[in-house]
Write a protein that binds this ligand. Structure first.
Ligand SMILES: [Zn+2]
Length: 137
């Protein structure tokens, strides 16, 4: 059985390698659909939606209204630090695909109920585009 919950956050980024507009500093209203799979617990739940929020909420809070920047994008990091602006330094290009994996890794490291056997994440960078990946636990 699966359950899912949707979260949204605002975040800036850029893709320095991109040949088009995405090399520029810009932002998105990101949306993520997180799915948990597992047998039902004694209360007839895969996972309590409150517990889903406890696991995913802090990851969202960390990214909301921040700028996600790759660790080698030194000029941008210097600028963000100079103006004391919220940012998250990561080791990957900030594509929707990599953000999807970022969430899966963080969620899999959380203290999940024992009945959970799989996680799926679907990251929407725009209304029309998404990246999806899953992880078996
Ligand atoms: Zn973008």
């Amino acid at each position: 059985m699966k359950i899912a919950k949707e979260f949204k956050w605002e975040m800036g980024h850029r893709l320095p390698f991109h040949k088009g507009k995405c090399k520029n500093i810009h932002g998105h209203t990101y949306k993520i659909m997180i799915e948990f799979e597992g047998d039902l617990n004694e209360n007839g739940m895969v996972m309590d939606y409150y517990d889903v929020k406890d696991v995913v909420g802090p990851i969202i809070d960390e990214l909301d209204h921040s700028f996600m920047v790759k660790s080698d994008d030194a000029d941008i990091i210097d600028f963000l630090e100079k103006i004391n602006s919220k940012h998250t330094i990561v080791e990957f290009q900030t594509t929707a695909e990599n953000i999807c994996r970022y969430f899966l890794k963080k969620i899999s490291e959380a203290d999940l109920p024992k009945n959970i056997t799989g996680i799926k994440a679907k990251v929407f960078e725009t209304e029309n585009t998404y990246a999806e990946d899953s992880l078996q636990l």
